[in-house]
Design a protein around this ligand. Structure first.
Ligand SMILES: C[S@@+](CC[C@H](N)C(=O)[O-])C[C@H]1O[C@@H](n2cnc3c(N)ncnc32)[C@H](O)[C@@H]1O
Length: 297
């Protein structure tokens, strides 16, 4: 997704040190290394499966694989870097593997953990133990689901009889809570609730926020940060963190701006970069992809 555009945006420097915060199927890491003269790449993924696949198929002495959440970017003795890339969300292998429980079309136990080794909260726990109010809040906030209340109510009623165990059971419940008119709209009716559960289970927005603040501190002057996001909540976080680090708010009467008040970033493109027409033809998911880029001052 936005493969060439995002690597171009990093403006790679000969011998530079880079971080791919979201290794996934390694597409971006491979292209980055193929274009990097010398240098190093640290690639993070919280999914052990992604790390193991890369270990098996991707050899490059410049590459270090790190199994960790990108919220812990600063805990690996990497030092300062010339660029950091994020390609957020779920990878195709995660989505296509039924057992991971990310898909509303493949039957599996409700799971949705990206890191199956350490994080303990699963979609099953959320669906079966969160209060009606909390369910409604996450469906509405993280999924922007207009029928959040009705769906939360259905879940509450259903789990009183027996726990909701599987993805398809949940998808059917969601459908049964929605009016006929809404079911006929474009897009799968369970999409927004599944997105909300995934965000909650993996604390996706919290990790992104924590990580972006650390990433900005880790960049060398002239270093670039490039973030590809897929939904408005993520994009809003990226946009607002970039903006708050690129503006100065100097009180009147201060003749010289103290260092700690100077902006840290220069925003490279005011408008996000979108997928090309050609990519849109091949990849439906690319329609919602947005790339934002900033440079450390
Ligand atoms: C969209 S995929 C990346 C695809 C990759 N750029 C490629 O070319 O194949 C996102 C990946 O980021 C990982 N990920 C998402 N959130 C993460 C986080 N907070 N920390 C570490 N990895 C994360 C997911 O496990 C997934 O493998």
């Amino acid at each position: 997704m936005l493969l060439n555009e995002s690597i171009d945006a990093l403006d790679l420097k000969r011998g530079g040190t880079y971080i791919d915060a979201t290794l996934g199927g390694s597409g971006h890491s491979r292209l980055l290394l193929s274009r990097l003269n010398g240098g190093r790449l640290y690639a993070f993924d919280q999914d052990q499966v992604a790390i193991d696949n890369a270990k098996k198929t991707f050899e490059d002495p410049r590459l270090t694989l790190i199994h960790d959440n990108f919220a812990n970017l600063d805990q690996h003795d990497i030092g300062r870097v010339d660029g950091i890339l994020y390609d957020l969300g779920v990878s195709s292998p995660q989505f296509d593997e039924a057992a991971r429980g990310f898909s509303y079309k493949l039957d599996a136990k409700l799971d949705m953990r990206m890191d199956q080794t350490s994080s303990s909260l699963t979609a099953y726990d959320v669906v079966n133990t969160y209060t009606f109010n909390d369910l409604m809040r996450i469906f509405s906030r993280y999924g922007e689901e207009p029928f959040a209340k009705q769906i939360a109510r259905k879940i509450e009623q259903a789990r009183e009889i027996q726990p909701i165990e599987t993805t398809l059971q949940l998808a059917d419940l969601i459908k049964s809570a929605m009016p006929q008119k809404a079911l006929k709209k474009k897009g799968h009716p369970a999409k927004r609730v599944f997105q909300a559960l995934r965000i909650e289970v993996n604390d996706e927005l919290g990790s992104l926020e924590t990580s972006l603040h650390k990433a900005i501190e880790m960049l060398k002057p002239g270093g670039r940060i490039a973030v590809i996001s897929f939904q408005s909540l993520e994009d809003r976080i990226v946009k607002s963190i970039f903006r708050e680090n690129s503006e100065v708010d100097v009180p009147r009467g201060i003749p010289v701006i103290p260092d700690e008040m100077k902006p840290k970033l220069k925003i490279i493109a005011r408008k996000p970069i979108l997928a090309s027409d050609e990519e849109l033809l091949h990849n439906n998911r690319a329609h919602s992809a947005k790339l934002r880029v900033a440079e450390r001052l």
